[in-house]
Design a protein around this ligand. Structure first.
Ligand code: SAH
Length: 293
């Protein structure tokens, strides 16, 4: 079976080689910043799943439709189960953390919080799709062990920041840096409603307004750095603030972007690989972002 390389992903959309089963979560318009409800793309599904069950209601597409239409179940848990079923989540720890942090507290009202698509959060930004959050958590899992330090640049809604905090626990330190002050405030309110609230209160989790390209030196060096917006190049300050043995996950590029995994070796040298192609909002200045540039 030949698979299309173009899949919905990340903050916006991308073309990763993985998890073709996610194809049925593609938004119809490939423009997830639309505020209209996003629907699965049946055409792509039918061309990519020559499945005898397709019209019987037993294929994943129909099961997903029933899932999104259903009510009265723990949908956040069900969303995680679906990501496990389709091979996106393979780590029990990541599953546990994503079950613990309910996305409904982070996705603005009027959007479907458990839909596997990015959603607009205002200020020309989006919350990434659940499968992208899962992917980044898994890439960073070894560097989010209890007691470790993590930096979330472009923390937006605070969803991943909260997940990081559950991973590293009260002995760890998680810092979110976001350059839109209104998003910083709303992310703090979101986190206060979530399972990460005690960590925020105790101070092992904090979110700050600032230019994330400069990192956050106060709690450096970091075992894990996640960047939630695409940089034209890897900011030197973030490399400097990465601990030897640490890992950074960062989308790099403009029109064509790669999700890069950067490991800082113990001698300070870097090992860099491309995980997948992605499409994120740019890591830029606040003015440029607000102008929509
Ligand atoms: N991980 C976040 C992603 C939000 S989208 C989430 O899923 O909620 C990317 C975020 O990066 C936006 O909130 C945007 O405002 C922020 N951003 C872009 N450039 C930035 C910069 N230079 N410094 C800090 N934040 C930045």
């Amino acid at each position: 079976m030949r698979l299309s390389p173009a899949l919905a992903y990340g903050c916006h959309y991308s073309a990763p080689p993985l998890k073709h089963l996610l194809t049925f979560t593609l938004p119809r318009h490939h423009r997830p910043t639309h505020s209209t409800p996003l629907l699965p793309t049946t055409l792509l599904l039918s061309s990519q799943f020559p499945n005898p069950n397709f019209l019987t209601g037993n294929c994943p597409f129909f099961r997903m439709e029933r899932f999104w239409a259903g009510s009265g179940i723990n949908k956040n848990k069900a969303m995680v189960e679906h990501l496990k079923t389709y091979g996106v989540i393979t780590s029990e720890k990541v599953a546990e953390v994503m079950e613990g942090i309910d996305r409904a507290f982070f996705v603005p009202d009027g959007n479907a919080p458990y839909y596997d698509s990015p959603m607009p959060i205002g200020y020309n930004a989006t919350i990434s799709a659940p499968h992208m959050h899962a992917t980044c958590l898994q890439l960073l899992e070894e560097n989010l062990q209890p007691g470790m330090h993590a930096l979330d640049v472009g923390s937006g809604t605070g969803y991943l920041t909260a997940c990081f905090a559950l991973m590293v626990g009260p002995q760890g330190r998680v810092v979110g840096v976001e350059h839109i002050p209104e998003l910083v405030s709303s992310s703090i309110s979101n986190i206060q409603k979530s399972a990460a609230a005690p960590l925020l209160k105790e101070g092992s989790l904090s979110v700050h307004a600032g230019d994330g390209r400069l990192g956050w030196p106060e709690h450096a060096p970091y075992d894990a750095i996640h960047v939630g917006a695409a940089a034209p190049e890897i900011p030197q300050a973030l490399i400097d603030q990465l601990k030897p043995g640490g890992r950074m996950v960062i989308p790099v590029g403009s029109v064509f972007q790669d999700l890069k995994v950067i490991d800082k070796n113990l001698d300070g040298s870097l090992s860099v690989r491309n995980e997948t192609s992605v499409r994120y909002v740019p890591l830029t200045s606040r003015d440029v972002q607000l102008r929509g540039g």
